[in-house]
Ligand binder design. Structure first.
Ligand SMILES: *[C@@H]1O[C@H](CO)[C@@H](O)[C@H](O)[C@H]1NC(C)=O
Ligand SMILES: *[C@@H]1O[C@H](CO)[C@@H](O)[C@H](O)[C@H]1NC(C)=O
Ligand SMILES: *[C@@H]1O[C@H](CO)[C@@H](O)[C@H](O)[C@H]1NC(C)=O
Ligand SMILES: *[C@@H]1O[C@H](CO)[C@@H](O)[C@H](O)[C@H]1NC(C)=O
Ligand SMILES: *[C@@H]1O[C@H](CO)[C@@H](O)[C@H](O)[C@H]1NC(C)=O
Ligand SMILES: *[C@@H]1O[C@H](CO)[C@@H](O)[C@H](O)[C@H]1NC(C)=O
Length: 759
């Protein structure tokens, strides 16, 4: 792989283990020639041709010939010379092309040229979750929202397993008349559930999902009901997506674990044209300014057309500033746990219990105690093989014992192979400190379990003090009711946003740990069923949950804008776990606002938020100018000419966003917000402010009195340093409008950032 290709990731953890191996499995795009795929942005000519207008209704053929004019004429259509591989019509003016460095140099001098850079390789980043989210069959919001009926969710991912029962169309209405998509399958396998499937250039020439990720995310968003869904008998129940009556349109942009940027843009181009209502994107790259972030550019165009864009936040937590997909027109989704555990408990020789998790629960494993093999317990031995690498194969001492393996170095399933080959009878995977209490379930064939960091410490202490350390593994199956849930997963990427620190990101969290959903093959090697499921983790799994919720809200409120839907989700979240304590992170400490964003999604409350903070596409222009982008950079995002000097720029805090992220300065900061009444016509709201430490927060007025539905009222909010901030980096609070009839609480989280202290 070329060194100049950045990596984008599909935000799945591949059962946590294989995330170490993601980078090596990127597609090799290298050709024999010196050509590589560039993403080229152009502008329309100023005048003198039939394109001399900024009107977006230019015929595609005219755009294509304009694009072609940038290529060396002789070889423009040749198959091995420089050539356009995708002309883009909807995401932006530009194209993907095979070019040499010389071709690009020549292009740079041409009028209309804006930018060209090599494409990135984007490497790939439920039975129970509807219930956990408070969605119950035949009642409440699920019924009221008609289960997402009439809404089309476009899933940009690794394709689909079309004959999986999760994509059966029993009870599904035909697609809406506006649908213009295609079903690019060999045989006609599309139906009223799976209404479209397209593949792009760098794949294997089909829409079939070869890795399971796309099948999993699509079924999470809008899978049909499948009874008796389970893996190895665990997590058994009726699998169903969040919006079971929504349609699915599949755009395959990833194979193995990587995705090409040119394909992704072509897919967004197609999805905008085809008429999707929601885009679900569980992949991304690292943080970049929005004009250089092609997912952000495509998402802006989609948002302009009223399409809701939901993206995974990334799996680079728990460190700060590790987000991707940060643009304010995108919903950025972090991952949290659910209350379901698939238990495998380690019982130590001293009777102490370590509560772990595993997917495969062998019925015949004796509950007797085995000796423990754990060279890593000697922490003063730097050469001890903690990771159960192949070095284990030379160890004789492991035979008949339970091996303890640290996470890292090699994939978990390789550790299992080594333990097996060396004669071990079982395996305990121990979390490093960073993982904390986030445990994942994996489909080991060896009796095994993964335990928390706290239990790792107990285990080390025990092994170092016991004369003959022993353990048993006791398999307990599926258990519901972990009252620490929802807790933020260690891997969930954290804010603050690097691209725009004045917008709080992630926006929200949703279920993304140990999610059961459809899979492309049997993880149990059962050839007799198409009804295959798997349990996997990642912000990739959280994103389609929110895409499904967006579909429900869209179905319930067809006139709400993407920003209104987002506001409704963000101002109505849950802030406490099942134990009624503030939502925790992977350390079981109260989670930081840059881990949770506005909090955990509550679909039913989101449907009836009382007030919304709406944003029209044009409102982003003064915001983008305020980021000090050049006219050209803003023009790239908007796809038309912009003169920031003629626009009254606004600071980030002035965008009508449903949350606040304030970099505290000595000067007073004053912003206005406008809320739209979507509750009862005649209603009165009073403000309640919980000021973050170190900041004074005031709202004016403190009461809003509405007389009509859809009436808009503005208020002003000021932030000033309070002097009580002693050496803190961040603090958090909230501003909430409570309706006097107690029906509505419209809460905006406030993050305060003290840059002098550093993060
Ligand atoms: C763009 O073209 C359409 C259809 O030809 C026309 O109705 C519209 O007014 C044009 N818009 C601009 C900004 O020229
Ligand atoms: C369609 O399927 C048949 C049989 O599986 C195969 O021989 C053929 O190559 C396929 N065609 C395409 C376009 O994929
Ligand atoms: C799953 O649950 C269904 C319904 O309760 C039951 O009929 C089925 O046997 C269960 N399957 C497994 C593998 O436990
Ligand atoms: C731990 O490792 C150190 C360094 O290799 C070694 O000197 C010591 O004997 C080991 N302790 C035990 C209990 O094996
Ligand atoms: C195992 O031991 C042999 C002989 O000492 C050595 O050549 C080999 O490299 C060892 N293998 C590993 C994986 O350490
Ligand atoms: C943009 O530039 C102005 C003036 O230099 C500065 O005050 C402001 O903080 C900058 N905004 C951002 C987002 O960097």
């Amino acid at each position: 792989m070329r060194s100049n290709m950045g990596l984008m990731q599909i935000f799945i953890l591949f059962c946590v283990l294989s995330f170490h191996s993601l980078a090596i499995s990127a597609i090799d795009f290298q050709e024999q020639s010196n050509l590589e795929t560039y993403i080229v942005h152009v502008e329309l000519p100023e005048s003198g041709t039939q394109l001399s207008t900024t009107n977006s209704s230019i015929p595609n053929e005219d755009l294509d010939s304009w694009y072609n004019s940038f290529l060396p004429t002789v070889t423009a259509s040749s198959n091995d010379g420089p050539r356009i591989i995708y002309p883009y019509h909807n995401v932006f003016k530009g194209f993907a092309a095979k070019l040499s460095a010389e071709d690009v140099k020549a292009m740079e001098k041409m009028p209309g040229f804006v930018s060209a850079r090599p494409q990135k390789v984007l490497s790939l980043h439920t039975t129970h979750t509807p219930n956990f989210l408070g969605l119950h069959p035949n009642s409440g919001f699920w019924k009221a929202s008609n289960y997402g009926k009439g809404v089309i969710i476009g899933v940009l991912d690794s394709g689909i397993t079309p004959d999986h029962p999760s994509f059966g169309d029993e009870g599904m209405p035909p697609p809406p008349a506006k649908w213009k998509g295609k079903c690019e399958f060999n045989t006609s396998v599309c139906n009223n559930k799976l209404i479209g499937a397209r593949f792009f250039r760098h794949g294997d020439g089909s829409s079939i999902d070869g890795i399971g990720h796309g099948t999993h995310t699509a079924s999470t968003a809008a899978g049909s009901y499948v009874e008796g869904a389970n893996v190895f008998g665990n997590a058994n129940g009726t699998a169903v997506g969040i919006a079971p009556l929504a349609h699915l349109a599949i755009y395959k942009v990833c194979t193995t674990s990587s995705c090409s940027e040119s394909d992704l843009l072509a897919a967004m181009d197609a999805a905008i044209h085809d008429g999707v209502d929601v885009l679900s994107i569980s992949l991304g790259g690292s943080s970049e300014p929005f004009y250089a972030d092609n997912i952000a550019l495509g998402a802006y165009r989609a948002t302009e057309k009223g399409i809701f864009v939901s993206c995974s936040a990334g799996n680079d937590g728990p460190s700060s500033s590790t987000l991707s997909n940060e643009a304010p027109w995108i919903l950025t989704v972090g991952a949290s746990t659910t209350d379901r555990k698939i238990r495998a408990t380690v019982v130590l020789g001293n009777k102490e219990k370590l509560e772990g998790e595993t997917l495969h629960q062998p019925k015949d494993f004796p509950s007797t105690q085995f000796r423990i093999f754990f060279p890593g317990a000697n922490q003063s031995d730097p050469n001890a093989d903690r990771f159960c690498t192949t070095a284990l194969l030379n160890q004789t001492g492991i035979k008949g014992k339970i091996a303890v393996c640290d996470i890292g170095e090699i994939p978990l399933l390789d550790k299992e192979e080594n333990v097996k080959a060396a004669g071990g009878v079982g395996m305990i995977i121990i979390n490093p400190e960073e993982f904390g209490y986030t445990t994942s379930v994996d489909a080991y064939s060896l009796p095994a379990t993964q335990v928390t960091y706290a239990d790792r410490l107990k285990l080390i202490k025990y092994v170092n003090t016991a004369r003959s350390p022993k353990a048993a593994i006791s398999f307990k199956g599926t258990m519901i009711g972990d009252n620490h849930a929802p807790a933020v997963a260690y891997f969930s990427s954290r804010g603050p946003s690097q691209a725009s620190i004045g917008i709080l990101k992630p926006d929200i969290i949703g279920p993304g740990v140990n999610i059961l959903a459809a899979w492309h093959r049997s993880v149990e090697n059962n050839p007799n069923t198409k009804s295959n499921f798997n349990v996997i983790s990642g912000t990739s799994m959280a994103c389609p949950h929110l895409s499904g919720v967006a579909a429900l809200l869209k179905s319930a409120h067809p006139n709400w804008s993407p920003a209104a839907i987002k506001s409704a989700m963000m101002t109505t979240t849950d802030l406490v776990n099942l134990a009624k304590k503030p939502i925790e992170d992977q350390r079981q400490l109260p989670a930081n606002i840059f881990a949770t964003g506005a909090g955990h999604v509550n679909p039913a409350r989101a449907s009836n938020p009382g007030l919304i903070y709406d944003i029209e596409p044009k409102d982003y222009i003064p915001y983008l100018c305020g980021l000090n982008y050049t006219d050209k950079q803003v023009g790239l995002i908007l796809q038309r000419k912009v003169k920031c000097s003629e626009i009254s720029n606004i600071p980030e805090g002035q965008l009508n966003y449903p949350s606040f992220s304030v970099v505290v300065r000595s000067a007073v900061q004053k912003y206005t917000r406008t809320v739209t009444n979507v509750g009862e016509a005649s209603s009165v709201y009073h403000v309640q402010i919980v000021a973050p430490a170190g900041v004074n927060v005031r709202a004016n007025p403190t009461m809003l009195s509405f007389t009509k539905v859809n009436q808009k009222l503005a208020y002003e909010v000021t932030f000033s340093p309070s002097g009580s901030a002693n050496n803190i980096a961040v603090s958090q609070g909230s501003l909430t409008w409570h309706s006097s009839n107690s029906k509505y609480s419209v809460r905006s989280p406030i993050a305060a950032i003290f840059q002098a202290v550093g993060l």
